[in-house]
Design a protein around this ligand. Sequence first.
Ligand SMILES: Nc1ncnc2c1ncn2[C@@H]1O[C@H](COP(=O)(O)OP(=O)(O)OP(=O)(O)O)[C@@H](O)[C@H]1O
Length: 203
Amino acid sequence: MLHIDRLCLSAVDSHLFTDLTLHLEAGRCLAVTGANGSGKSTLLRAIAGLRHPDSGTVIVDDVVADETDSRFRALVAVELGDDATFAELTVAEHLRLLTSAHGADAGAVADILSDAGIDHLADRFPHTLSTGQRQRFTLCAVWIRPARLIVLDEPEAGLDVAGRDWVAHRIERAVAEERSVVVATHSAELVERCADSTVTVGR
Ligand SMILES: Nc1ncnc2c1ncn2[C@@H]1O[C@H](COP(=O)(O)OP(=O)(O)OP(=O)(O)O)[C@@H](O)[C@H]1O
């Protein structure tokens, strides 16, 4: 479902990828690992259609990765750690907005908040949450979308032990539902538990 062919990406002063080819089938999890600054987030941004390749292609279910294409946005849910929120919308209202925009079940909002252990925060504003609470909320915004491909950048960041277990559980559940997951992570535990394959960048 995800096809990356001969991808080249560069940073300001260096080539990060010169000829990356990989394919990910439905119901599989790919871990992206590597040192700080090696290019994991840059690769994820290309997969999410937020950054054009210098050359090569990224295709998801026959649709070229491009965030301006509504067909592509319907296929892919992304968490890259730079999510903006509306100051005047609560946690639950943000999630209801997403269900409306993506044709998901509005009734799923209460379920996902409960699953994330933040149902008691439903009426709070995102900017009032702690780091870990906000990370759980941000991930809820990904899981609630009926996307075929989930792209996560260090989803374990800021989470406690229970939160990291929840992330792994949600990835396992997504894979069982024949969705695919690309996750950049520094957690060997997450890779061990969830990844069917791993690409290590920067070497
Ligand atoms: N907005 C930006 N402007 C200029 N250079 C950038 C920008 N973002 C990233 N880079 C550079 O691109 C390279 C790859 O960065 P990237 O964020 O993809 O690495 P990473 O593997 O995700 O790192 P980390 O593990 O620290 O999150 C680095 O050299 C970084 O300095």
